[in-house]
Ligand binder design. Structure first.
Ligand SMILES: [Zn+2]
Length: 246
């Protein structure tokens, strides 16, 4: 919808705005640093089309200190991201958008959770903000047999398949290496991803294919629409509880 004129958008008068959030960061020896942003842009486009929503262009930079160690990884402070997102969402609210959906396609943006909770606590029922975390689909993709591995955190079968589907010329499958570390995800608080994964890969990219990538996008887009409808229906059904609409 951001390709339309303001008057055309006024005529459609969407009440939902979608903000896809990516990241600019290393994705192993085989994927481009644009990976999360490219995935966010593609999923955002598909979801916005299905929901007739106003699509904000995918944000290319967020918070990714856990990816430090090689050039090409760019981050901002979590508090800066919090303030920036608040400003963007407030500008949407002033224009009459009642619903905002943040599609988070980079796992390391932990400040999105307090952001969404704070905005809803402050502005419900005039504004409803939903958060969809792309990582939450991995288990389901595996359970439904769309992917073969359930080991991914970064640059594995899922992300590699998605980039093979939308930007195959940027993928170097001959350089792909599988690596599953022996520490859990919270260890990214204690050292960069390169400490646990020397190649910058946490997962099994050699299992990736473009065909899987297309199936992943379709599944994630449908799941996102379903989850957003449930979340907004839940928030819309709330009555005032003592002094609070939250
Ligand atoms: Zn990624």
């Amino acid at each position: 919808m951001y390709r339309k004129t303001a008057d055309e958008i006024m005529a459609i008068d969407p009440e939902l705005a979608i903000i896809p959030v990516g990241s600019l960061e290393q994705h192993g020896p085989h994927l481009p640093v644009m990976t999360d942003w490219a995935i966010a842009a593609e999923l955002g486009r598909r979801v916005a089309e299905k929901m007739n929503a106003f699509l904000v262009p995918a944000l290319p930079i967020s918070t990714c200190r856990e990816q430090m160690g090689k050039k090409g990884t760019v981050w901002m402070e979590p508090v800066t991201f919090y303030q920036m997102m608040t400003d963007i969402i407030m500008s949407l609210k002033v224009q009459g958008f009642k619903k905002v959906a943040i599609l988070q396609l980079h796992g390391g943006v932990f400040i999105n959770t307090p952001l969404v909770r704070d905005l809803n606590a402050r502005y419900n029922p005039d504004l409803m903000v939903a958060l969809i975390d792309g990582c939450s689909f991995f288990g389901n993709l595996y359970a439904e047999g769309i992917i073969e591995t359930n080991t991914e955190l970064h640059a594995g079968e899922v992300e590699t398949s998605q980039i093979l589907a939308i930007a195959p010329q940027t993928v170097h499958m001959d350089r792909a290496v599988d690596h599953v570390p022996d520490v859990p995800r919270p260890y990214l608080n204690y050292g960069s991803l390169f400490r646990a994964c020397p190649d910058g890969v946490w997962g099994e990219p050699t299992k990736a294919s473009a065909q899987k990538g297309e199936a992943i996008f379709e599944h994630c887009a449908n799941q996102t629409v379903e989850q957003l409808e449930k979340i907004f229906a839940y928030m819309e059904s709330k009555e005032k509880f003592n002094y609070s609409y939250f």
